[in-house]
Design a protein around this ligand. Structure first.
Ligand code: PA5
Ligand code: NI
Length: 191
């Protein structure tokens, strides 16, 4: 792999980089069990497997010392009253952090630790979010009229543990309520 320095541009608005190595699309079908309103989820899935978010990655070796980086784009919309969001994950190597820089849109990062702490931080253009080691993270797009675009950087050896969140969910959800985007307890959270 080329280890010379490089630069790239990220088109704004839009957020698609002018080059990248890998493009990941995550659809409704990969989020089974994650949205609170399971009836709304199943009904939607029966109609279409909606594209919820996309990731543009730059390939680097997945080893300590490297920094993996790319762009995450969460599209606007809701399943029931819950905004589109990423699957979210712990890092396999729990003691690894991540930095997000919000380029476009509006939303939240929902986070929690295995010890039971939780935090929900706002994301708006210009926000830098530091996700410390041990914190699972999920981005949520609360703007119903545009994408949430973030640039992320994390250690090459971090890895992704999706299974823990898939089986227990997050303690907190971000829902569209008459009072606007609200952080609520997840009644289906399992310890
Ligand atoms: O490393 C990260 O945390 C991000 O690149 C995410 O992977 C990205 O936002 C997509 O989310 P997820 O990996 O939870 O599907
Ligand atoms: Ni991560």
């Amino acid at each position: 792999m080329d280890s010379k320095p490089y630069t790239f541009d990220i088109k704004l608005p839009g957020g698609i980089p002018d080059h990248y190595d890998n493009h990941i699309e995550r659809r409704l079908s990969s989020m089974r069990g994650q949205f609170l309103d399971q009836k709304a989820y199943s009904e939607r899935l029966a109609r279409e497997d909606t594209l919820l978010y996309e990731v543009y990655e730059f390939k680097r070796p997945e080893i300590a010392g490297e920094l993996l980086h790319g762009i995450s784009i969460v599209h606007p919309g809701k399943v029931g009253n819950e905004y589109y969001m990423t699957k979210g994950h712990f890092h396999t190597v729990l003691e690894t952090a991540e930095v997000y820089y919000c380029l476009q849109g509006q939303g939240y990062m929902v986070m929690e630790t295995p010890e039971g702490e939780w935090s929900v931080e706002p994301l708006r253009p210009g926000s830098v979010l530091y996700v410390p080691p041990r914190w699972a993270h999920r981005s949520v797009n609360t703007a119903l009229d545009g994408d949430l675009v973030t640039f992320f950087i994390y250690p090459g050896d971090a890895g992704h543990d999706y299974g823990t969140i898939e089986s227990q969910g997050y303690r907190k959800l971000v829902m569209d309520t008459p009072a606007g985007a609200s952080i609520v307890d997840n009644p289906r959270w399992k310890s």
